[in-house]
Design a protein. Structure first.
Length: 600
């Protein structure tokens, strides 16, 4: 049985929660006038159409129509229930809630996830204590010393050690009351294949906790200490851990990423830790998987520029080549760090020091096209005519993808000078490839539209009928004027034609009926229905004249009252055309004329 959170506590949490601060944890917002704008987290876009109003405490996307208050945002973006949203915001604002709320609220799935989160917190504490305080953690401390991790790095990233043995974590967590099945689902333990029971998934590994965007531990990356395979082992996919949606260290790096407007993308957790020790605190990494479009969207929402800093080996450079394209498609400005051959970021820092790493690697990135030209040269003998022609064709294909003519011209001149080729011929060939790629892209895009179902369709702007515009305008004015709301109630009663508008109208009258004063911000915070909140936030973002004249009001009311009559006229005109009896037809025509006179 769930425990209800008192209304006055919810109201206190509402007033203590700034929607700009909450959404800024997920979206890079920039102040524009009275509003804050950013890239919408609910659909892919390259130009900001997402607006947040600190005055009204609402958000609205002019692209896809998403909108609402701070509770709606957490529900739609994080999948929280209303109660979980309240609990999350209460924790941020340090507002205590009854313990029974934490114990009894939520669905079975939500409660199970809570157990998974708690299991990971306890596991992180266990691994860190083993690493720092026990003899069993000595191999981990020796390996960390070899990697030259400092105490600050170890504490900042809560590095730990999974000791040798099959049941260390299992015994520790079960003594704390955790169900082994929950721990298996969390990916912390594994089931024995030959017999009953469970065992520790991670053993003899330096442990890096993995956090979600809010800083909750959701998984681990373990680096083997000693002989064996695999070298790195990540948590499996679980209800709270999806690798394609998480970037290692994001919650720690977010503030610096937004301040500098640059994110540094590394290959692994160890590189992020090493770079942080060298003063590069805006670094993140993928988790044993290739960079996905979802990763790219997360990065783009937090920064405009991404610097890829991968290993200099063939695998690292190939991954950088692929990642650059994914990031550019998400609208990021991309550059590639110059990493000397045979080194990874950690190696470079140890050999040359933090200052040189910052200036010569992080501060000296090359353009994506310059990197691609260097990458495409690898393992080609350019003295051989056949391989030289393959290289030139590959470069031209990449140049055809560049959006800026000046950039294409710059690199075409480089190719022409290096290989003594006609610049005009190169331009003609590059333009031919551009036209071909454009045709292919359009065909593929049309095919994708047919077979891919997008999670949220863009909201195509269309002209609304006059009566709908009238209802929307009246609702906007009523949200800002209590007296007008009651005047409309006397004049129209419940005559709104659109169901959503009628529902919002009813919420508004109920809000005023409780003695509340006109305040779009407070009204929006009082609504729990997500659909109505979305509509109210969209309307609150509209710009209207402050005062509604009597003539304007009368015009809106007439449009609303006349719409049912127009529908009835159309119905009777159809009936008249189908009617075979002349007397009945004449009667219908008289009724139509009467209804038309009432419209004037």
């Amino acid at each position: 049985m769930s425990t209800r959170i008192p209304d006055e506590t919810i109201e206190q949490i509402r007033k203590s929660s700034d929607i700009v601060d909450v959404i800024s944890q997920y979206v890079q917002l920039k102040k524009q006038g009275k509003q804050y704008t950013g890239l919408c987290p609910f659909h892919g876009e390259k130009s900001p159409s997402f607006s947040v109003s600190p005055e009204k405490q609402v958000y609205h996307c002019f692209g896809c129509g998403a909108g609402g208050n701070v509770f709606t945002f957490l529900r739609e973006h994080e999948g929280y229930s209303f109660t979980d949203s309240v609990k999350y915001l209460a924790d941020l604002a340090s507002i205590p809630l009854p313990e029974t709320v934490y114990q009894s609220s939520g669905t079975a799935s939500e409660n199970r996830n809570t157990q998974l989160y708690k299991g990971h917190v306890e596991a992180a504490v266990f691994y860190h204590r083993v690493f720092t305080l026990t003899d069993e953690g000595k191999p981990g401390r020796e390996y960390a010393a070899k990697r030259e991790f400092t105490k600050d790095q170890i504490d900042q990233f809560q590095i730990g050690f999974a000791p040798i043995g099959w049941e260390n974590l299992s015994t520790f967590l079960q003594k704390k009351g955790f169900n082994p099945k929950d721990l298996v689902e969390a990916g912390l333990l594994a089931e024995r294949e030959q017999s009953d029971g469970v065992y520790d998934r991670f053993r003899s590994r330096l442990m890096f906790p993995i956090w979600d965007a809010q800083g909750k531990v959701v998984g681990f990356s373990g680096r083997l200490v000693g002989e064996g395979k695999p070298k790195y082992l990540n948590s499996p996919e679980t209800p709270i851990f999806q690798k394609n949606k998480l970037l290692y260290g994001l919650h720690l790096a977010r503030a610096q990423i937004r301040k500098s407007n640059v994110a540094v993308l590394f290959e692994g957790a160890a590189d992020v830790v090493a770079a942080w020790g060298a003063g590069v605190t805006n670094g993140v990494a993928t988790l044993g998987t290739a960079l996905t479009p979802e990763h790219a969207k997360i990065l783009r929402r937090n920064a405009e520029t991404v610097l890829i800093c991968y290993d200099s080996d063939q695998a690292g450079q190939s991954a950088a080549f692929r990642s650059a394209s994914v990031l550019e498609q998400a609208g990021c400005i991309v550059s590639i760090a110059n990493m000397p051959v045979g080194l990874d970021p950690d190696d470079y820092i140890k050999r040359y020091g933090a200052e040189q790493f910052q200036t010569d690697v992080i501060g000296n990135g090359q353009t994506v096209m310059a990197f691609k030209m260097k990458y495409l040269r690898q393992e080609k003998n350019l003295q051989d005519e056949g391989e030289r022609m393959v290289y030139i064709e590959e470069v031209l294909q990449e140049l055809a993808k560049l959006p800026r003519a000046i950039e294409r011209d710059h690199y075409l001149r480089q190719i022409a000078d290096e290989f003594s080729l006609s610049l005009d011929v190169l331009k003609q060939e590059q333009y031919r490839m551009y036209k071909e790629s454009k045709t292919t892209y359009t065909a593929n895009e049309n095919l994708e539209k047919q077979v891919v179902r997008k999670p949220r369709q863009l909201k195509h702007k269309k002209l609304l009928p006059a009566y709908q515009n009238a209802e929307r305008m009246l609702l906007v004015h009523m949200m800002n004027d209590e007296e007008l709301a009651w005047r409309i109630q006397e004049r129209l009663g419940s005559a709104f034609n659109v169901d959503e508008h009628q529902a919002l109208y009813a919420y508004l009258l109920a809000y005023y009926g409780k003695g509340n004063e006109a305040s779009p911000r407070e009204f929006l915070q009082s609504i729990e229905d997500a659909g109505i909140v979305r509509l109210a936030s969209e309307l609150s973002a509209m710009t209207v004249n402050v005062d509604c004249s009597d003539e304007e009001l009368e015009d809106y009311v007439k449009q609303i009252e006349n719409y049912p009559k127009r529908v009835l006229i159309e119905q009777k005109e159809v009936e008249s055309k189908l009617e075979q009896d002349p007397i009945a037809q004449a009667r219908l025509l008289i009724e139509i004329q009467q209804l038309k006179r009432e419209l004037s």
